[in-house]
Design a protein around this ligand. Sequence first.
Ligand code: 5RP
Length: 232
Amino acid sequence: MANEHEKENAALAAMEYVEDGMTIGLGTGSTAKYFVEMLADEVADGLLVKCIETSEQTRALASSLGVPLIPFEQVERIHLTVDGADEVDAQGNMIKGGGAALLREKIIANASDHMVVIADPSKQVERLGAFPLPVEVTPFGYTITAKKVFDVLCAAGVNRPRVELRKKPGSMDMLVTDGGNHILDCHCGRIPDAEALAARLSNVPGVVEHGLFIGIARTVIIGNENGATVFE
Ligand code: 5RP
């Protein structure tokens, strides 16, 4: 179980990148939550920023804390996005989507001048794939899409993959994302070539987005008990 202090220290280190006047993408999850809370404290002290949330969950948190949010349509530029990860490798490539927010997270991270990942040490991996890879799919035809995704995983060299439809926590109902889609959790064990798999998955009709974030993060911050290590 991750130490909350490690997550908190990663978020604190990310605050160093915040400047007055920025438009900031707010990530989703328990690590990103610390960043939103710290940002809220600075806003209360006079920091002038505009923010864009990556999920309804983060929207609720940010607005309850008085962090100013603007609709995506009004965003001209996103200077900085700070978000968590389910796995991150030494190149800063990630698996994201454990919180089912991967679509908005990727749109916002990809549109940002600078994406900073904040995580505790349990998220660092040599090779991506132990965490089940989330793939967001349209409700229409999702059973066929799941078969195609399975084929793509096999073709990309994943050994005996398992594709599982994500359920709502504590329920037998299918999870529905903020975008109205479903999530396939792809148990890979080990992904031989994440970049190649990412390209293959993007080509499957019915796949809205996948949780492989390749070449998007510029800074990775790993929190520890006493502070954080920053990888640029
Ligand atoms: C949500 C995400 C989160 O960033 C990821 O799941 C990490 O969450 P946490 O900080 O709670 O471990 O991708 O879709």
